[in-house]
Each structure stands twice: as structure tokens, then as C-alpha cells.
Design a protein around this ligand. Structure first.
Ligand code: RIB
Ligand code: CA
Length: 312
């Protein structure tokens, strides 16, 4: 099967790490580059974690350093979820690999410009790099087939009552992306809070018998601590947010989605960073998003497990 050309922009991050394992292990993608965003941790730490994962996955995908902070706001991080290193849990050595000398946005632009085919962009962190790309190189929009992102939510938030973390960190960047005219698949909290990993799934990963299985299990052991303490309504499960954005590209039949109009609140006192999802199409605006809101959890976990088994 022809591999889908993609660019991945992420802030590893426990669930970003699982997303990368799915993307690489699925063999479904021609991954042109991995760029790092500041979000779960600082740019310095997410970049280091991306290099650690490159070594673990034994891949030669080039890694590029992204923006240090949001377009206008000070950076907020999610160390309460991901820890001091940003991928706490497993013992992962200091990365010996290095990142590419070209800045991420410039590298993404060159890859898009040089490509003979359209490329899908998969952001799973704040959208600062993607917005900067769209603002600096608007003529390259026709080279982007789709943006399949993890972010937002139709009916809830996780960093405020209405805003999801990736959008909240850089709402102005998110507004640029959602108003860009590029087709968007939005895997928000509506679906990711059903994309749960439970202890029996973690033990299955651990029993895969390879290093990646061991590392993902230890990552999920740590990641689950926050969810079991702060999200008791998830019954012991942890929300595997980021792999949804990749899994939808592999097999959209695992998911339920609908087209609708989405914009981003950048001014609200109580609601800044909220994705304003017109789920019932009350405004009759032109849809700009494929909103993903339900999932076959078993098939999702199986997809991740089968990918892990193919990794080192
Ligand atoms: O709100 C969940 C999102 O924030 C995920 O992408 C997670 O990795 C964090 O970045
Ligand atoms: Ca992320």
C-alpha cells in the first residue's frame, strides 16, 4: 500500500510518544520530518525527548527544532501530567543524536515546496509552528492535503472548563490554523476521552517483548497516575489523545465524525482557547473541520499494539 506522506509536529509528551510509535510502527506513512513544539514541556525538553524517541525507534527521520514559545503569550507547560522531563517514567538515556540545523518552519516549507505530491500535517501539540508556517508561506497551502490534529473539544476542556491544552497554550495560532482554509480533521477531547488505555492494555504492551513495548508500558504507568488521580470518571483509564490524529489517517472506520464549522475564541475572559464547535450547525457557516467524536476503543488499542510489535 502506498505510504501517505506526512509531517509530524509534536511536543513529546507521553501520548506524543505513543503517536510516534504508531506512526512509525504502522508502516503506513512516509514521514518526511518530525518538528517539535513547546507545550507539554519547554522546547528544549520536547526536542530532547523527540531525539530520545528517534534513537529508541531506530529511525533516520530528521528532527527539527520549532518555536520556543507561543505567538503572543507566555508558554505554559503540562508538567503536572508529563513530569519534569516531559516523558517521565522510563529511564531513557541522554540523546546522542542531534537535530537538524534548519529551523522547523523553514524545513517544513522546503519539504512542502519540493514535494511533487500534497503532504498531510499531523500536529499533536500547540499550533505555533503550523500557524507560523501558514503565515510565512501562504502560497504553500495548496501543497497541504489536510491537517489531522489533536486539539480542542466540542463540549469540554481540560486546562480550563472549556479549553483543551493544545489550543489554550496558543489560541491565536489555533485561530490562524482553523481559519486557514486547509482541510482539518480535529481529534478533540470528545473522542480522546474515549480513547482510553487501561492497565490490562499496558500489560499487553509490556508483554510485547521488545524495548518499545517496555518503554511504552513504563510511559503509560506514569501517564496513568495523573488520570487516576484527576479523572476518576475515566474509571482508571488514561486518555491516549495524540495517537488518534494518526490512527484516523490509517483507518477512519475506527472513528465516528461529522463535518462542522469550528473557530477559536482568543478574547474571552472565561473562554479563551475554546474551540467553538457548531455541532448542530446553527450558524449555517461553511464547514471547515471533520470533527472526530467517537471511537471503537478496542480496534484503536489493537492498532497501537500491532504497531508496537513491529518496532525494535
Ligand atoms: O490536551 C491533550 C494534549 O495536550 C495532548 O496533545 C497532550 O500531549 C498535551 O500536549
Ligand atoms: Ca501532545
Amino acid at each position: 500500500m502506498k505510504k501517505l506522506p506526512i509531517l509530524i509536529d509534536c511536543d513529546p509528551g507521553h501520548d506524543d510518544a505513543v503517536m510516534l510509535m504508531l506512526a512509525v510502527g504502522s508502516n503506513a506513512f512516509d514521514i518526511k520530518a518530525i518538528t517539535t513544539s513547546a507545550g507539554n514541556q519547554t522546547q528544549e525538553k520536547t526536542l530532547k525527548n523527540a531525539l530520545r524517541l528517534k534513537a529508541l525507534l531506530k529511525t533516520d527521520i530528521p528532527i527539527y527544532k520549532g518555536c520556543e514559545k507561543p505567538l503572543f503569550r507566555e508558554l505554559i507547560i503540562a508538567d503536572q501530567v508529563h513530569g519534569e522531563m516531559g516523558m517521565d517514567g522510563p529511564v531513557l538515556p541522554e540523546p546522542e543524536l542531534t537535530y537538524e540545523p534548519v529551523p522547523a518552519v523553514e524545513a517544513m516549507a522546503k519539504i512542502l515546496a519540493d514535494s511533487l505530491e500534497k503532504i498531510t500535517i499531523v500536529p499533536t501539540g500547540p499550533l505555533t509552528n503550523i500557524a507560523t508556517l501558514l503565515l510565512a508561506y501562504p502560497h504553500l497551502k495548496p501543497k497541504i492535503d489536510r491537517i489531522s490534529l489533536m486539539g480542542g473539544g466540542a463540549f469540554r476542556g481540560n486546562i480550563t472548563p472549556t479549553a483543551e491544552f493544545n489550543i489554550y497554550v496558543d489560541p491565536e495560532a489555533a485561530a490562524v490554523v482553523f481559519n486557514s482554509g486547509v482541510p482539518i480533521t480535529m481529534c478533540g477531547l470528545d473522542v480522546t476521552h474515549k480513547a482510553l488505555v487501561f492497565q490490562e492494555d499496558i500489560e499487553r504492551f509490556r508483554a510485547a517483548g521488545n524495548q518499545c513495548g517496555k518503554v511504552i508500558a513504563e510511559l503509560m504507568d506514569f501517564f496513568s497516575i495523573y488520570y487516576r488521580r484527576e479523572r476518576p470518571e475515566l474509571n482508571g483509564g488514561a486518555a491516549l489523545h495524540d495517537p488518534c490524529a494518526i490512527a484516523w489517517l490509517i483507518d477512519p472506520s475506527i472513528f465516528t465524525s461529522k463535518t462542522c464549522h469550528v473557530d477559536v475564541e482568543v478574547m474571552g475572559t472565561l473562554t479563551v482557547g475554546t474551540t467553538v464547535v457548531d455541532f448542530f450547525d446553527v450558524l449555517k457557516k461553511k464547514p471547515n473541520v471533520e470533527l472526530v467524536y467517537d471511537i471503537d476503543r478496542e480496534r484503536y488499542i489493537n492498532l497501537i499494539y500491532e504497531s508496537i510489535r513491529r518496532l525494535p
